[in-house]
Design a protein around this ligand. Structure first.
Ligand code: PEP
Ligand code: MN
Length: 263
């Protein structure tokens, strides 16, 4: 995935004029967890209204506690897919293990590898063999080098539709959920030809500060931003504390576009 390997940068074409890494700003937004049909429809309506083409959401949730909401599974994904396709919206969602790849395959545009699975090498090997885009998140305590090696697993196995995501790392700092490593963005962009996406929601974990971190990430060179939004963040099944309502989300989209033009 080194820039020494490839001249130019990787563009990932998801179809229907949705391309990541081509110099446009990619925005991916949606809830932490897919919860039900009406939530999905409200989110899609919000995204369409604001020109966002990629929706995020988890159906398999990696929760610290086994007693927390763990997602709707493949049935939820199918319901989401049906609604998203009607609206021309692409889907990015987390795959947690190899056995889920086949059952999710037809309903996914981008497979997300979560921070807890960045070094699940069997999963990465398998994702290297599929014809679907993949986004690998940086590990919870992962170095930039480890993230790049994880990307090598997928790329060297043959899947070049690959992007990376900085989502904050665990440090001694307790004032934020994670420490968003904005430094990683220009460093990754200089080392690799792959698109780099920022996740300010998990990066800082505090709703009111998602926007400044998103804007800083764009100025640092991110090709896109993935963030959490929900019609009622205080009622979200997971990560409500870092989730924007639709009004905040609309404002963020507008500001991200403005900032992106300044670059
Ligand atoms: C998520 O995107 O909802 C998620 C679980 O992220 P991470 O793997 O970065 O913790
Ligand atoms: Mn989340």
């Amino acid at each position: 995935v080194s820039r020494k390997w490839k001249v130019g940068r990787t563009h990932i074409d998801l179809g229907d004029d949705v391309v990541i890494g081509d110099g446009s700003l990619s925005i991916m937004a949606g809830p932490c967890s897919i919860e039900n049909e009406s939530q999905v429809q409200l989110t899609i309506d919000h995204l369409v209204k604001n020109g966002v083409r990629i929706m995020r959401g988890g159906v398999f949730k990696p929760r610290s506690s086994p007693y927390a909401f763990r997602g709707l599974g493949v049935e939820g994904l199918k319901m989401w897919y049906t609604q998203a396709r009607k609206a021309g919206i692409k889907i990015i969602t987390e795959v947690m293990q190899v056995s889920q790849i086949a059952e999710m395959y037809d309903y996914v545009d981008v497979f997300q590898v979560g921070a807890r699975n960045t070094q699940n090498f069997n999963l990465l090997d398998e994702l290297g063999r599929v014809d679907r885009a993949v986004m690998i998140k940086r590990g919870i305590s992962g170095t930039i080098e480890e993230l790049l090696y994880s990307a090598e697993y997928v790329f060297s196995a043959g899947n070049e539709k690959l992007m990376l995501c900085e989502r904050g790392i665990r440090t001694y700092e307790k004032a934020s959920r994670n420490t968003m490593d904005v430094n990683a963005i220009p460093i990754l962009k200089s080392k690799t030809h792959l698109p780099v996406i920022a996740d300010p929601s998990h990066g800082i974990g505090i709703r009111e500060f998602v926007e400044p971190v998103a804007l800083a990430s764009i100025m640092a060179g991110a090709d896109g931003v993935i963030y959490e939004t929900h019609q009622k963040p205080e009622e979200a099944a997971s990560d409500g504390q870092q989730t924007l309502d639709f009004e905040e989300s609309a404002r963020l989209i507008e500001r991200m576009k403005k900032i992106f033009e300044l670059k």
